[in-house]
Ligand binder design. Structure first.
Ligand code: ATP
Ligand code: MG
Length: 578
């Protein structure tokens, strides 16, 4: 597998093998099994695939599968395919295919050759269906979908055999060919495997292999009016691609006996082995394309890439670097036990990367005007301020300063409590990289609200240093008023909230997942950012430039605040894992 950077902004670089925690040491039951298989000579090389259905955008749960499949192939010198299991044209589209291709690349992975499609093999799959019929292993059933469902039985009762189960091979072949020829309407007939209506595994009770659907397919157009089911296509397509280790999530464990049965009946080139692992579940959100698609359809979010969505494209628009997602996934266990992962753990990974990569800037979200009475009118100057106070190598930038500035409304209190070290009447504070200033007056509007502060500065403290070493505890960020860039800033909360009590109905939509601030004041350098660039607004958090929002003003999405409750909890031994 070659690692490659996608064309999308904010990719954050290559998928580097050393990125995945403990590439050498990574151990889980799947990697252990692969090591054994290679040592025993059962396979000379490892072939995996990431097999999405193109019926929605990828979410962060898929990232677990992507990192596992591509990671395993890279670690063992094998190959990984990107393959679309595109067997349901009613729910699939080219838009989803394109988005999935872009998202896998953005995450930092490159597949072997071109993307592949189950639909590339429709003719072969059809021939194999005829093969099953000829061997008495499949039959055409005239029952309706409802009848088939109601005669399937339950976990405790066997199913009932279809009256059409005894059809002879010739009649089955004839009907199946006429199904393909378009003679019958949707739902009139299906092809079923002839296995065992009394099986303890419901998937083996004569599962449907083909259904009639007079619907165009994003790739095969009008060539077909019958389509294989996912269960018929999936395993055979793996076999065609030479997939040695077919990795999927636990809900497919009950389907494995069917996949193995089909592989055993058919003249396939090889027999893939399937291994199942637990899905990623994340607190305060849902990881299901169906439920996420409903949020889009109901207009609750602006689209699949709304920054609140746990989709890869939503996370990208929010400013989450792909390296943070890879790091997060590498910390998850690949195991067979389910569990919900605290989203604070993802947040922690995002902060860790952005803390290293995001340049520091100043932006005031809720501005309060400050007039520095001692500073000459109509004058201004440029101050050099470090891009990263911890690292001189990150360089400096020039930030204009003048008599009128904005500070954060929250950074002033008229009657402050004891531990408030920011601005208050008579109090001296440091303006980051500028001067020490003292508040000498408060101006109110007719409604009594504070409109403006009056301050005086100490000209001997340029750069924000007191030459006499006097102690000033508060340090505020600020933006020069005449130079400020006006912006809209969007603050995101969790999409879902857990209702009180653990026996509740599950997470509920959070009615306050978006707060939009207009009239924010940013330092001038922020006018020039590109789509997807992330900076740290000092003291506030990480913000991502969003030029795709359709707004006139520059828009910044808050990726995440600065506080890291996860790191603190880890330090105190109280991990917020559920
Ligand atoms: P959804 O339930 O969201 O619709 P899906 O499983 O139907 O997801 P697919 O497109 O079929 O989505 O998934 C492609 C691959 O990603 C499958 O192998 C699936 O097992 C895996 N996958 C899907 N969701 C998760 C998850 N939450 N954690 C880990 N792997 C996942
Ligand atoms: Mg699926």
């Amino acid at each position: 597998m070659a690692a490659k950077t996608g064309a999308l902004p904010g990719n954050g670089g290559l998928y580097d093998m050393t990125d995945i925690a403990g590439t050498e040491q990574a151990r889980d039951f799947i990697r252990d099994r692969i090591r054994e298989d290679l040592a025993a000579g059962s396979h000379s090389t490892v072939v995996t695939r990431f097999p999405p259905e193109p019926n929605g955008y990828l979410h962060i749960g898929h990232a677990k599968s992507i990192c596992l499949n591509f990671g395993v192939a890279a670690e063992f010198g094998g190959r990984c395919n990107l393959r679309f299991d595109d067997t349901n044209p009613l729910r699939e589209s080219q838009e989803y295919i394109d988005a999935i291709v872009a998202d896998v690349r953005w995450l930092g992975f490159e597949w072997d050759g071109e993307p592949r499609y189950a639909s590339d093999n429709f003719e072969q799959l059809y021939q194999w269906a005829e093969h099953l019929i000829r061997n008495g292993n499949a039959y055409v059933d005239d029952q309706s979908a409802d009848e088939i469902r109601t005669t399937r039985g339950t976990l405790t009762e066997p199913g009932m055999e279809s009256p059409w189960r005894g059809r002879d091979v010739e009649e089955n072949l004839d009907l199946f060919r006429r199904m393909r020829g378009g003679e019958f309407p949707d739902g009139a007939r299906v092809l079923r495997a002839r296995i065992d209506m009394a099986s303890g595994n419901i998937n083996l009770r004569d599962p449907v292999l083909y259904r009639i659907l007079h619907a165009p397919h994003p790739r095969t157009g009008d060539s077909w009016c019958i389509y294989p089911t996912y269960d018929f296509a999936h395993g055979q397509t793996d076999a065609i691609e030479g997939v040695t280790h077919s990795l999927c999530t636990l809900e497919f464990a009950d389907h494995r006996p069917l996949y193995d049965w089909l592989i055993a009946q058919l003249p396939v080139p090889m027999a893939p082995r399937q291994y199942e692992f637990a899905r990623l579940e994340l607190s305060s959100t849902v990881l299901s394309k169906r439920r996420l698609g409903a949020l889009v359809d109901d207009g609750y979010v602006t689209g699949w890439d709304d920054p609140r969505m746990p989709t890869l494209s939503g996370l990208r628009r929010r400013g989450v670097p792909p390296a943070a997602i890879r790091d997060f996934v590498s910390r998850l266990a690949v195991s067979r036990s389910d569990g919900v992962v605290e989203s604070a753990m993802l947040d922690h990974c995002v902060r860790e990367i952005l803390n290293e990569t995001a340049p520091r800037r100043m932006g005031v979200l809720r501005p309060l005007r400050v007039v520095i009475e001692s500073y000459p009118e109509d004058a201004s100057e440029e101050l050099e301020i470090a891009n990263d106070p911890r690292s001189p190598a990150a360089g400096v930038r020039r930030v204009p300063f003048s008599r009128e500035i904005f500070v954060e409304r929250d950074d002033f209190m008229e009657d402050p409590p004891r531990k408030f070290f920011r601005l208050a009447p008579g109090r001296e504070v440091r303006l980051r990289g500028a001067y020490l200033v003292t508040c000498v007056g408060v101006i109110r509007g007719a409604d009594g609200e504070v409109r403006e502060l009056r301050c005086v500065h100490d000209p001997d403290t340029r750069g924000g240093n007191a030459p006499d070493g006097r102690k000033v505890r508060g340090a505020l960020h600020w933006v020069s008023a005449p130079h400020a860039v006006e912006a809209e800033v969007r603050l995101y909360g969790p999409l879902f909230v857990e209702p009180d009590g653990t026996d509740g109905p599950g997470p509920e939509l959070n009615a306050r997942s978006l707060e939009t601030l207009v009239g924010c004041k940013l330092e001038p350098a922020l006018a020039k950012l590109e789509q997807g660039e992330v900076v740290q607004f000092e003291r506030l958090g990480y913000f991502c430039c969003d030029r795709e929002s359709g707004s006139e003003m520059p828009v910044f999405n808050r990726t995440i605040g600065l506080r890291d409750s996860f790191a603190r909890a880890m330090a105190s031994g109280k991990l917020p894992h559920s």
